[in-house]
Design a protein around this ligand. Structure first.
Ligand code: NI
Length: 195
């Protein structure tokens, strides 16, 4: 190979290498959510029917996970109403989407109360509770925050809490937070791509 043919050969090799690297980077699976600091992780709770539910329940289909409490005046019922609208938009496909509403107020939110509360929303939504330490562990896994705020002139309280609604992929990894400013049909299309 002469010097004159070597230069174009090197240029071609460089171009091929660039295309290969670009393709690898483009099609490499998103790995940001899989680091040890990511949102999500082990939990050990029970649902409104007192059946045990762990992080393994997230496997096999996309899931929505969020934290709240039944005495919540606005944020939680609004999110549950929006999730119910999403299920309606999904129709039968919604059977492949799981939703876990995890209480941050297990002292009041017993399985029985959660069951009663869920009657107002789509029946495919599950609510989870458990001993305080198990709820705290779930909150840590999801980097969720909650704080008891006493109500003035009353024995009662509300919980200040994380309002993010997490969308998890079918391997149980965090993808993004749900955007309920979008119409339910648009969110339904997004969910269908995750099946
Ligand atoms: Ni709330």
């Amino acid at each position: 190979m002469t010097r004159q043919t070597l230069a174009p050969a090197l240029a071609l090799a460089a171009a091929v290498a660039f295309v290969v690297i670009a393709a690898v980077l483009t099609f490499m699976p998103f790995s940001g959510g899989r680091s040890p600091s990511a949102i999500g992780g082990p939990f050990d709770l029970i649902d409104q029917n007192k059946q045990p539910v762990t992080e393994k329940a997230l496997l096999g289909s996309p899931s929505i996970v969020f934290f709240g409490f039944t005495h919540c005046p606005d944020v939680c019922p609004t999110a549950l109403t929006e999730i119910s609208a999403l299920y309606k938009a999904l129709g039968a496909d919604g059977d492949r989407l799981k939703t876990f509403f995890i209480t941050v107020d297990p002292e009041r939110d017993t399985a029985d109360l959660l069951k009663l509360y869920l009657e107002s929303f789509d029946p495919r939504i599950k609510a989870l509770t458990g001993p305080r330490e198990n709820v705290d562990a779930a909150m840590r896994a999801y980097r969720a925050f909650a704080r008891k705020v006493p109500l003035e002139g009353s024995e009662s309280y509300v919980m200040d809490h994380t309002a993010l609604v997490y969308l998890m992929d079918k391997d149980g990894y965090f993808l993004e937070s749900m955007n309920f400013d979008l119409p339910p049909e648009q969110n339904a299309e997004r969910i269908r791509k995750l099946f």
